[in-house]
Design a protein around this ligand. Sequence first.
Ligand code: SAH
Length: 229
Amino acid sequence: MFKVKIFTLYPEFFPGPFDKGIYGKALEKKIWELKAVNIRNYAEDKHKTVDDKPYGGGSGMVMRADVIANSLDNNLEPNQKIYYLSPRGKLLDQEIVKNISKEKYLNILCGHFEGIDQRVLDKRNIEEISIGDYVISGGENASYIILDSVLRLIPGVLGNEQSTFDESFENGLLEYPQYTKPQIWQKNKVPEVLLSGDHAKIKHWRLTQSEAITRDRRPDLWHKRNKKN
Ligand code: SAH
């Protein structure tokens, strides 16, 4: 079973969208499980304070190292890996997603306010991950993105294992265009080759399309792929 723990100030955000559809079914089948840990329960003063003003001044509040460490240490084995969602982190991509999906655990720490006291980030086995070059108000929505991208790669979740096979990024390329019924829509026809039944030809057409789209829209991916091959 793939075990997910989310450390958050908003445990009520979970399971959120993940007890529905394919993920809900997989949850019932015990292919994965999710535990949301309320960081606030690990604050030790009577007001349950989780944050305070930054040393050195500046706006906003910072989450306290002691409270975060308490919440982690009481719920994880020593030295278990934790991903802290942060705009300073390594940019999430399909390769990171794939690697996480091969693990047995996924522990996610959601920040709020201005973020988290650096000392706990340094002193626990924490890797920072970013979902993109923009700032959102808390780690919870970012954790949805990681969860969604990872869970669909866990064996048994999607049902049809094949369906992640030729997707975007899988071979360093973006996906080719897809078509379904009706065959003619507002006078627009589906590309002839897709109706030919010639699998080799279709495969070749799709690859050519993928390459053109990637070259055009994402020169960064295109160069990366060409360097590898
Ligand atoms: N002051 C911080 C931003 C804090 S935003 C800075 O400038 O770097 C509050 C929280 O939202 C963060 O602690 C983080 O958990 C989450 N967050 C914001 N943007 C994110 C992003 N691009 N990727 C992942 N998490 C993000």
